[in-house]
Design a protein around this ligand. Structure first.
Ligand code: GLC
Ligand code: GLC
Length: 840
């Protein structure tokens, strides 16, 4: 069953009924000001940091789940025989049945359209590029054959900035809410009424230099800023008294719950249309110029008014919307494909690229599953996210790499998380997740391959943000590798620390008290438990380092080390040594083992009754090249297919843990089939797809790709339940009663890794140091495909034809045969290269 359809032409998903199984959301904003918006106009907005600068309030885990947002109410002031007195054109919160409904989630905007009793409404929500404000552009059309007299109400609830405080500190919050209400005089339209602009200025009197504004383009019939006055006592957003009565009360909030609500009266002739613009925004004033006059408590509006006035005009709104579309055209034009599979095309060309940008902007902070007040930015997560969007915005990738590197510790380890506003490492979580540093090596090498920007290696970057500790970035990478060499366990495998990629495999935390953290309560010395996963990741990273070292040159004069500079051979040796340890202690006969616990017992082996085989080491060890030459890679992948694959994706391990194991930790805290306990943790599936391409099995790789591809799962929407246009972190595994149900959509490493798996490995278009590589491992039934890929300023127009069923590639660039499968960069000045590829 479906709840909508893809409109690929317009890059939109069109939701055709409001009662989707879960709220299906979209994101607004691209740089500093962001919003989340559901298909029924729920959601909230924030400036930069979802916790510390929250503009509007949102209650998680509410009933109904999605209540509160950017609501508009319509009221028939002259009751119409075929319609209700009042309704929500976005269906929620009033839930009056609509004659028609449609929500179009597009690239950075959402349009909700509906019709009831001859009144059509269309609201376009978006955030202009480079602006700290959002626009709700409402267009009403009267399809009746009489005049329509309507009251339009807009409503939102302000958050008192710090979202955590806002949801907890009521003894203070109920007394501090403040607003200011003032008229607007628009040039050429004369003075306007009171309430045109509602300013939310809680705490502006003291240390804040910022406030929010909520403005309307039309003369008002009234306004409200006090929630109780608008809703009426004991009422909710589904039945505001002001809407019922057809009149707001010009309330001024003093404490309690400040809101913004405008009331506009509209008289529409038959066939007439009218557009009303609502603006919600964030503004900062200089600390010493906050008030006007200076000795008053009145907000200085000199710099904000021009912004408000500008965006209350339809022309500016149209222009800003066109600019937003150009921005996305530019980004999404960096890589487009035309393959025989619609789901592949749609995800690469539109939704996967979009999701990757959203994960870049949000990390794991704000979604309908992440409350915006929890985690900061993960070191491991953000490094992996980088792999997906490097080619879209290389400058911001560079900046992100530098920020992340500055939270590395002198040992080579890293803070597991940092806070985006301060860019400092987070002490509560600390460090000691022993996989963390290696992801930095993967991110940096991927960045250089994409951009050719070798200068990044010489950037001086501190450790733990301590001034004076700067070394070149290159040395940070060396220390990343060294970190593991300094932490080897009894078998010579890397010690796991608090956890490796699997945050929930906590082998050094024997947690038996309620409420204890699984990750930070470390009560074992940590000198025994080892990770085969980190071993594989280490081999991968060390090989990347070896290649980097050989190119940078052992004695590159740019690099002034404080740490011994190692030649390429050093890293190759280290990788080879680790490989042989993996074969000795990490290979189980038919698959790679997972770990050794604190007692030195193996995990992920036929010796185990639960947790016999895990997905992560199969993926990462093969990606690192293990077993490619002697058939052991195929063997491992065959085991994955037999033991772990399901029609809904590949589960994390089998058998699931049926009880809590003190020595394994959080992984066994989840009921079987959910999350890390044998759920389909989608992040890991693309590793297997990549591994399958490395052993040349394109059919199998693409089959796995389609199992979790959200578009390919659209027809299962009542089972999948999350949005069919973006990946979710998890799909319930086969041990769960809800097998196939997705959770935690949007903010997941799944986005970047699937993008990498499909574009770089299955379609095989891979950036390398020396040029763009084209090495597709595609399904045998495909006749070929086409792709456009921008790479270092050159547009590659790639045409692939299948002439046999294997993966052997013959390549021509601009009509000339190329040796191997890497197209050398064209001479300076050549901006386009035509590539013909035969795959036999
Ligand atoms: C979450 C974390 C990620 C971790 C994964 C597996 O997605 O953000 O860092 O690797 O869970 O535990
Ligand atoms: C929990 C989750 C895991 C996530 C971690 C973040 O352990 O199961 O997916 O990575 O929290 O701290």
């Amino acid at each position: 069953m479906r709840y909508g359809y893809f409109d690929d032409e317009r890059r939109e998903y069109v939701v055709t009924r409001p009662d989707t199984p879960l709220p299906w959301i979209n994101y607004l904003g691209s740089e500093n000001y962001f919003g989340l918006i559901s298909n029924t106009a729920g959601g909230y907005s924030f400036y930069k940091d979802a916790r510390l600068r929250r503009l509007t309030r949102y209650r998680y885990n509410n009933a109904p789940l999605d209540m509160g947002g950017r609501y508009i109410y319509l009221r028939d002031d002259d009751p119409h025989p075929s319609g209700p007195r009042a309704w929500s054109p976005s269906w929620m919160p009033m839930r009056i049945p609509l004659d028609s409904y449609e929500c179009r989630h597009g690239m950075g905007y959402t349009i909700i359209k509906s019709k009831l009793a001859g009144i059509e409404s269309r609201t376009c929500y978006f955030i202009p590029i480079d602006q700290n404000l959002e626009i709700w552009e409402l267009t009403l059309s009267n399809h009746r054959d009489q005049y329509a007299n309507l009251s339009v109400f807009s409503a939102l609830e302000f958050c008192l900035w710090d979202a955590n405080d806002d949801a907890t500190n009521f003894q203070r919050n109920y007394s501090i809410g403040e607003v200011e209400i003032s008229p607007l005089s628009l040039e050429g339209r004369g003075a306007r009424g009171e309430g045109d602009v509602i300013y939310h200025k809680t705490e502006y009197r003291e240390r804040r230099d910022h406030f929010a504004f909520y403005a309307c383009s039309e003369p008002l019939a009234g306004f409200d800023t006090d929630r109780e006055a608008f809703l009426g006592p004991y009422r909710g957003w589904d039945s505001p008294r002001a809407v019922e009565a057809g009149q707001t009360s010009n309330s001024v909030a003093h404490g309690w719950q400040p809101i913004g609500a405008h009331h506009v009266k509209v008289r529409l002739a038959p066939g007439e249309q009218k557009t009303i613009i609502f603006l919600l925004g964030y503004h900062e004033n200089p600390k010493d110029d906050k008030f006007d006059p200076p000795d008053s408590q009145v907000i200085n509006k000199r710099t904000v008014l021009p912004v408000i006035e500008r965006f209350l005009t339809a022309n500016e709104v149209d222009r800003a919307f066109a600019e937003l579309q150009n921005y996305w055209d530019g980004l999404l034009g960096k890589m487009t494909v035309n393959t025989p599979d619609v789901h592949t095309n749609r995800m690469i060309n539109i939704w996967n690229a979009y999701q990757v940008m959203i994960t870049f902007n949000m990390s794991r902070s704000a979604s309908y599953f992440e409350s915006g007040i929890g985690r900061g930015m993960g070191f491991r997560d953000s490094n992996q996210d980088l792999l997906g969007f490097m080619h879209l915005i290389p400058d911001r990738a560079r900046e992100r790499i530098l920020d992340l590197t500055a939270t590395q510790l002198p040992t080579g380890g890293a803070y597991h998380q940092y806070q985006p506003l301060t860019k400092r490492g987070n002490n509560d979580v600390g460090s000691g997740f022993n996989d963390d540093p290696h992801w930095l090596v993967l991110a940096v090498t991927a960045y250089i391959k994409e951009t050719g920007d070798w200068s990044i290696l010489s950037e001086p970057i501190p450790y733990d943000n301590q001034l004076g500790s700067e070394t070149p970035l290159y040395e940070h990478l060396q220390r990343s590798i060294q970190y593991t060499l300094d932490r080897l366990g009894p078998h010579g495998l890397p010690l796991i620390g608090r956890a490796d990629w699997n945050d929930c495999l906590n082998l050094n935390c024997f947690s038996d008290a309620t409420g204890q953290s699984f990750q930070t309560t470390t009560n074992k010395e940590g000198k025994v438990a080892e990770s085969v996963f980190i071993a594989g990741l280490f081999v991968l990273a060390a090989k990347e380092m070896a290649e980097l070292a050989s190119r940078v040159g052992y004695r590159n004069s740019n690099i002034k080390p404080t740490f011994e500079l190692r030649p390429s051979m050093f890293y190759l040796d280290a990788a080879a040594k680790m490989e042989s340890i993996v074969w000795q202690h990490g290979w189980d006969g038919a698959w790679f083992r997972r770990a050794y616990d604190d007692f030195g017992h193996v995990l992920g082996s036929k010796e185990n009754t639960e947790g016999r085989i895990f997905i992560e080491p199969q993926g990462i060890c093969i990606m690192a090249g293990l077993g490619l030459e002697d058939g052991r890679a195929e063997k491992s992948l065959n085991s994955v297919s037999v033991h772990l694959a399901t029609p809904h994706g590949i589960v994390l391990h089998q058998p699931a843990f049926t009880r809590y194991y003190l020595h394994l930790g959080e992984i066994s805290s989840y009921p079987p089939g959910y999350k890390e306990n044998a759920g389909i943790f989608c992040h890991t599936n693309p590793w297997i797809m990549i591994a399958e391409t490395m052993v040349g099995r394109g059919d199998q790789a693409h089959d796995y790709y389609l199992r979790i591809n959200p578009s390919a799962r659209e027809a299962l929407s009542e089972i999948h339940r999350c949005e069919p246009y973006v990946y979710a972190q998890m799909i319930a595994g086969k041990d769960a009663p809800t097998h196939g149900e997705a959770k935690n959509s949007w903010l997941t490493g799944t986005a970047a890794w699937n993008y990498v798996a499909i574009t770089q490995w299955i379609l095989g278009i891979r950036p390398t140091y020396d040029g763009l590589q084209v090495a597709p491992v595609i399904p045998s039934a495909w006749k070929g495909f086409e792709a456009v890929r921008w790479f270092r300023g050159v547009r590659y127009d790639i045409h692939i034809k299948r002439t046999g069923t294997g993966n052997t590639v013959a390549l021509e660039a601009d009509g000339k045969p190329v040796t191997g499968n890497i197209i050398p960069l064209p001479p300076v000045g050549v901006e386009e290269v035509h590539v013909d590829v035969k795959v036999a």
